[in-house]
Design a protein around this ligand. Structure first.
Ligand code: 5GP
Ligand code: MN
Ligand code: MN
Length: 302
């Protein structure tokens, strides 16, 4: 594979504008990209990219810090989860199995029982009813892959977001809490036509281009390429290379929380960003991975 000019120029500083990220030539083949970057000691494998031990739940919070409790992929199985002390809860999507209103209500009740000052939630590919375009297609094509969802009447899910009364729901949007700018987005690379699926490459990059620079905490449902995105049964890294470029080259958040690839549960860091795959459920949908705690210094102006 030649080291092409287009790749070298994948991110470049335009004369008068901000850093522009362009589609990566490896977007359609992340496995090949991972091999390439490994061999060349590329963007995500320099020596300072490391696995990080999660903070123990009983560790004292340093003064002046905000404690984030990160979860994702709880898939309507919240009952056994032991929730630790913290200030802000982050849920990175897949809180249901199918996005049924009954599941959303149950999840919202669980949120209501938790003591955090702020609770921030995004959708994942399993929150089918949150993806209005997906639902419109489902009805139009009358297809039967999701029979229990097809049975729902539009009036029962059109406003499904409004069932989430106990959290701040982000969908390509931003909120500032305790002085942290937090941005959330549900999209992920196409995989069997679930909610918020988009083709790799330009389509996903257009969503990532909506993320403003200066965001402190990024929440996406899926991982960036090379970080906690390994699917052992496929021997593949399935993270999004456009998301990687966006995170490392343009946005450079302090913290990037995601899930989706249940097998990738854990924490990594590259010296600028801490990456958290907060999947509570295993690949067999057992909710056994503990929530991940991250302490960040609270911005002075908050
Ligand atoms: P979920 O259905 O909860 O979104 O994802 C569950 C599991 O499906 C993941 O842990 C992973 O094993 C698999 N999976 C999800 N997305 C992808 C993908 O893009 N590629 C591959 N190979 N597997 C995926
Ligand atoms: Mn999941
Ligand atoms: Mn998912």
């Amino acid at each position: 594979m030649a080291f092409s000019q287009s790749h070298v120029m994948a991110a470049r500083r335009h004369q008068h504008s901000r850093l522009i990220i362009e589609v990566d030539e490896y977007s359609s083949n992340p496995t090949q990209a991972f091999t390439f970057y490994n061999i060349n000691q590329g963007r995500f494998q320099p020596p300072h990219v490391q696995m990080v031990d999660p903070v123990p739940h009983d560790a004292p919070k340093p003064p002046g810090y905000t404690r984030f409790v990160c979860v994702s992929d709880t898939h309507s199985r919240t009952d056994p989860i032991q929730m630790p002390y913290g200030d802000v809860l982050i849920h990175a999507g897949d809180f249901t199995e199918l996005g049924l209103p009954s599941e959303v209500k149950k999840f919202n009740e669980w949120l209501g029982s938790l003591p955090y000052e702020y609770k921030i939630v995004i959708a994942g590919n399993h929150e089918l009813t949150f993806d209005q375009e997906f639902m419109a297609d489902l009805i139009k094509q009358d297809f039967y892959y999701f029979p229990s969802v097809s049975k729902l009447k539009p009036e029962n899910y059109e406003n499904v977001q409004s069932l989430l009364t106990n959290c701040i729901y982000l969908q390509d949007s931003e909120v500032t809490v305790r002085g942290f700018r937090i941005y959330g987005s549900p999209w992920q690379p196409w995989f069997y036509g679930w909610g918020f699926n988009l083709p790799r490459g330009q389509a996903l990059l257009e969503k990532w281009n909506l993320i403003p620079e200066g965001v402190d905490i990024l929440i996406t449902h899926g991982p960036p390429l090379g970080f906690l995105d390994w699917v052992p049964k496929k021997m593949q890294r399935v993270g999004c290379v456009e998301l990687l470029n966006t995170v490392q080259r343009r946005v450079q958040p302090r913290l990037h929380v995601f899930g989706h690839i249940h097998e990738g549960y854990g924490v990594m860091a590259d010296g600028t960003t801490t990456y958290v795959n907060a999947s509570v459920c295993t690949v067999n949908y057992q909710p056994v991975n503990p929530p991940i705690v991250i302490d960040l210094p609270t911005p002075r102006n908050s």
